[in-house]
Ligand binder design. Structure first.
Ligand code: UDP
Ligand code: MG
Length: 313
């Protein structure tokens, strides 16, 4: 098998027929053996039903159904696990990145890169969605030490050996593009088309996005917790200087002044208390994640696998 295309699907019933048509009509003319793995991430609509019928209609389609919603990245990992191709391509189901861009990625892969990522040329998402992405790309580039224009675009191609490395890292919180780049020896980026979502709506709300970005930050660095530490040191130093100042003023101006300073002290105290709560919260976040990792729970559970070719996989 030369190419595996992996598509995570969560409530995308309106997009699936067109997506499947486009995928098949893009991949068949390439004259390479390929498979399409649809991983249904616990959809509540008719997605699973539709995909199941497609997998019976097209021999190239493998349908995997997870028993509930585990998130886009877990769904992709499940797809990686079952893919047989030498090159693995990930693609969103919402047609924002058209399947017609896949050959472009494959062509770039032929130059010998281990990962080829798409970057969304004229990204058609709201400004509120784009600003965080800009910072995420900048920070991730620093943390992973592989500068990329776009870390959020999921239209990407990976070499099989690299995917093996990703699969062997048994982390629970994963952000695949960053994890891949941290192992890859050569990475390339090609511009890809991006359009607004025509049907259905974004599956990410603010909370899910925050969670994903925190996964990204905490799994690649200790930066957030180190920042707290540094802030702590700076604030304690300022605190000491300030106390010396208060002491000095009291000696010079007498106790009268010190009594009026009580409120200043309250101010400082609240500041410290706030900082401590923040630090505890931050540590809690890390400890929570450590707890999740040590439990070593499986990242997903498969409910069924349907394919007209690969029976009983
Ligand atoms: N998705 C998924 N599980 C989730 C959320 C999203 O499998 O919990 C899939 C979704 O069906 C789509 C892709 O991940 O194929 C990207 O989601 P979406 O387009 O909503 O993200 P956005 O484009 O807003 O970043
Ligand atoms: Mg989308």
């Amino acid at each position: 098998m030369e190419i595996s295309v992996i598509v995570p699907v969560f409530n995308e019933e309106e997009n699936l027929p067109e997506l499947t048509d486009q995928l098949i009509s893009v991949l068949r003319p390439l004259k390479k053996s390929f498979e399409i793995l649809f991983v249904d991430d616990g959809s509540k609509d008719r997605s699973a039903e539709i995909l199941k019928s497609f997998s019976q209609k097209y021999p190239e389609i493998l349908f995997i159904r997870l028993n509930r919603n585990y998130g886009q990245h877990s769904a992709i990992l499940c797809g990686f696990h079952h893919a047989k191709g030498e090159i693995l391509v990930t693609l969103d189901a919402d047609l924002q990145n058209p399947p017609s861009e896949i050959p472009k990625l494959l062509k770039k892969m032929e130059e010998g890169f281990e990962v080829v990522g798409g970057y969304r040329q004229s990204r058609q998402d709201s400004i509120l969605r784009r600003i965080p992405s800009y910072f995420v790309a900048k920070i991730t580039s620093k943390l992973v030490q592989v500068p990329l224009k776009d870390y959020g675009c999921m239209l990407r191609a990976y070499k099989k050996s690299l995917v093996q490395a990703i699969l062997s890292s048994e982390e629970v919180s994963t952000y695949i593009p960053a994890l891949a780049n941290s192992y890859a020896s050569s990475v390339a980026e090609v511009p890809v088309l991006h359009s607004a979502r025509r049907r259905g709506e974004s599956k990410y709300n603010l909370l899910k996005l925050l969670h994903l970005n925190f996964d990204l930050m905490t799994s690649f660095s200790l930066l957030p917790i180190q920042l707290i530490g540094i802030a702590g040191v700076i604030i304690s130093l300022t605190g000491i200087l300030f106390s010396l100042f208060l002491l000095g003023m009291r000696l010079i101006k007498g106790s009268e002044w010190a009594v009026q300073g009580v409120f200043t002290l309250f101010g400082i105290l609240f500041f410290f208390v706030g900082l401590q709560v923040l630090a505890i919260g931050m540590m809690g976040e890390y400890i929570g994640r450590i707890y999740q990792e040590v439990r070593r729970r499986p990242r997903y559970r498969i409910q069924e696998i349907v394919s007209s070719k690969r029976e009983g996989v």
